[in-house]
Design a protein around this ligand. Structure first.
Ligand SMILES: [Zn+2]
Length: 321
């Protein structure tokens, strides 16, 4: 709980100073790409807000009644609003209930804390209801919004929140963090390049299961483009086995292979880079845009095998084979 990744330390220090000065904002926004640890930062802040015996550095003590309730998931002053299992967005009913809940008195000497995650997945009515709650904050309550895509939040909501900066780590910080987590240096450098410097994303890509899927996807993709494998067959296989993860990886890998942007190209991507060398820039860019459209579509119930086959056929044309 205590060791914050170095790139979140500045955000933590801002929070610690506010706690010391007794000037905690009514609303905080933790926004930025997934994989940088913003939920970890939010968890530490929430723990700190609910602890009744905080340490000197503002971190939660881990032992008081507040900490015990929080770890058990039974803290009476902590509300978490998330997407319900049978829904795709946070609803207005949930946000209204939250507003009412925040008007209740907290435990003596404590405060009400609410976490809305993902705040960028609210329907318009829910967003408007949240705005009302933000306009009339209950004294002593703290609302924490978490969003991967803050551009999808209403500007009026954004302007009422104190924003945590969640900066992107340097390459050295990310490599050190990945090494601490037991990743081999060469693998860490490879996955960090594919993840465009995002350490959490790199760690995810390095999981043995993801790495094996990535290798297989690359081999099959190159074979299809070079005409050594049937695209219909490969599309059918991909459709049955984690098509979304394959396309996510393919999008990241081809973008890096075609437009390296100064990063060292991992050796494992060389076959892909070789394909892009003879390709026309505009056609390739168009194909890549199409790939991203298909990424969104494979999450909906459509004929995934047909979409994949179309995309692979387009790849043969785009890569000039
Ligand atoms: Zn405590």
């Amino acid at each position: 709980m205590n060791a914050m990744p170095p790139w979140l330390e500045a955000d933590w220090q801002v929070h610690a100073r506010r706690m010391r000065d007794g000037r905690v904002p009514h609303a905080l926004l933790a926004a930025g790409p997934a994989g940088l640890g913003k939920r970890r930062l939010v968890d530490a802040i929430v723990a700190s807000l609910l602890c009744i015996d905080r340490r000197e550095d503002a971190h939660a003590c881990g032992q008081c009644r507040g900490c015990a309730w929080r770890s058990a998931g039974t803290h009476p002053d902590l509300v978490r609003v998330a997407i319900a299992e049978d829904a795709t967005q946070i609803t207005v009913g949930q946000i209204r209930a939250l507003g009412e809940r925040l008007t209740l008195a907290p435990q003596p000497g404590g405060r009400q804390v609410a976490v809305v995650d993902p705040a960028d997945e609210m329907n318009p009515n829910a967003a408007n209801a949240l705005l009302k709650t933000l306009e009339e904050p209950s004294p002593g309550s703290v609302l924490v919004l978490v969003a991967d895509s803050p551009s999808r939040l209403l500007p009026t909501i954004l302007s009422r929140c104190q924003r945590l900066t969640i900066r992107m780590p340097t390459r050295e910080e990310s490599l050190a963090w990945l090494a601490e987590r037991g990743l081999d240096a060469a693998l860490a450098a490879d996955v960090l390049a594919v993840a465009r410097g995002n350490p959490g994303e790199a760690e995810r890509l390095a999981q043995p299961e993801s790495a094996a899927l990535a290798r297989a996807t690359l081999t099959e993709f190159v074979a299809v483009v070079e005409g050594r494998r049937s695209l219909v067959e490969v599309a059918a296989e991909w459709a049955k086995d984690r098509p979304d993860a394959r396309l996510d990886w393919l999008a990241q890998a081809t973008s890096l292979a075609a437009w390296p942007a100064g990063a060292d190209l991992p050796g494992s991507l060389e076959p892909l880079a070789a394909l892009t060398r003879g390709a026309d820039f505009n056609t390739l860019a168009q194909w890549w845009t199409g790939l991203n459209r298909v990424r969104a579509q494979v999450r909906t119930p459509v004929r995934t095998d047909l979409l994949l086959a179309e995309q692979l056929a387009a790849a043969r044309r785009a890569f000039g084979h």
